[in-house]
Design a protein around this ligand. Structure first.
Ligand SMILES: [Zn+2]
Length: 357
């Protein structure tokens, strides 16, 4: 496994130095390459629960190590959004997250020239680690939104499985925005998302952050919330603060003051983030990564897994059964959870990364 990781990182580094670092740098979790989680692992257990718990919404733990109760589903459709990849069953979140997505979709349509959101993964019904695609998204306070505007047609479930991702990066160039796909509406959408006080940070590709630094002429107060990360060239990732009263939710250190258009951004344009890892000292036994178990998560998560379910998806859809029914499309019959289908998640993070994500 360690060897495979090293190989993957070397491949990524080669791609970068060849100047071919593109869009398709799926720097995702190497675990995403695993076909199936081991039976009994936290990924297997949380991934097999179809419905959220009854009762109030509570996040337990941290974005990348936790679970949740009382999740609600984003309706598959609204006037200004469509949920994507329905077979993955990851449109669950803290009610505050779902409310924020609906609000952002409406505001962006009204003010920013962005016709509607295509919403990707939020979380599993009870949160927890996912077997592919993400390190975080575990407590219902992270959501991925496509950088593709919502089409005017109402997509079928199959179309939502099949629509390809569109990268904002120029093919064959190093961390460069493609002017043929990037627009001022993309910039306005990102700044709209960053404008809400409950939004803690937003992950974007370093090339997108640089573009924003170079071109955003409006109020830059919230520009610092846009955080450069691996991947994130065809979607952005919204992370909310722990909601008020969520005592078991572990906060992330706040972003540094300022617009972030500084050396923490410049670092991404050096070789350091793309360098292959140092080879282990000869004779060092390889470290075998261990799968996350429920016992590695906050204590509450075992009880969260065992707690009674709500009666149906419909009963737990945000806005009530009428929202669940309005325009709803049924999930695609064939689950399309092929590992390669995941949106690029936060990738391997070198030790010397300065920005503290
Ligand atoms: Zn994400």
């Amino acid at each position: 496994m360690a060897f495979r990781i090293a190989q993957a990182l070397q491949t990524i580094a080669k791609m970068a130095f060849a100047g071919a670092l593109g869009a398709s740098l799926v720097a995702g979790d190497v675990d995403a390459q695993q076909k199936q989680p081991s039976p009994g692992s936290a990924k297997a257990l949380f991934g097999s629960v179809a419905l959220p718990t009854q009762g109030g919404a509570q996040p337990f733990g941290f974005y990348a190590k936790g679970c949740m109760t009382g999740a609600v589903a984003l309706p598959t459709d609204g006037e200004t959004w469509q949920a994507m990849r329905l077979s993955r069953n990851r449109r669950w979140g803290n009610p505050a997250m779902i409310a924020l997505l609906e609000r952002l979709s409406a505001d962006a349509a009204q003010y920013d020239g962005w016709p509607g959101l295509l919403v990707g993964d939020i979380a599993q019904p009870r949160g927890g680690p996912m077997f592919n695609g993400h390190a975080s998204h575990q407590i219902g306070l992270d959501a991925d939104v496509w950088l593709t505007p919502m089409p005017s047609n109402h997509m079928s479930a199959q179309e939502r499985e099949a629509l390809p991702f569109t990268t904002m990066l120029q093919k064959g160039a190093f961390l460069t925005i493609n002017p043929d796909v990037w627009s001022q509406s993309h910039a306005r959408l990102l700044m709209r998302a960053a404008s809400y006080p409950q939004v803690e940070r937003i992950f974007v590709n370093p090339a997108i952050k640089k573009k924003m630094c170079d071109t955003w002429t409006g109020d830059r107060t919230n520009l610092g919330k846009l955080r450069p990360e691996y991947g994130h060239d065809s979607h952005f990732h919204i992370r909310m603060k722990c909601p008020p009263g969520a005592a078991a939710c572990k906060s992330q250190a706040p972003v540094a003051a300022g617009d972030g258009c500084d050396k923490s951004l410049a670092w991404w344009f050096t070789k350091a983030p793309w360098a292959p890892p140092k080879p282990p000292k000869p004779g060092t036994p390889p470290v075998k990564p261990r799968e996350v178990m429920v016992s590695d998560l906050p204590n509450a998560c075992a009880a969260v897994l065992a707690a009674p379910s709500v009666s149906s998806v419909r009963a737990a859809t945000y806005g009530g059964p009428s929202a669940a029914e309005a325009l709803t499309v049924a999930p695609a019959a064939e689950p399309a959870a092929a590992p390669g289908d995941a949106l690029p998640a936060i990738g391997p993070v070198p030790d010397d990364k300065p920005s503290g994500e």
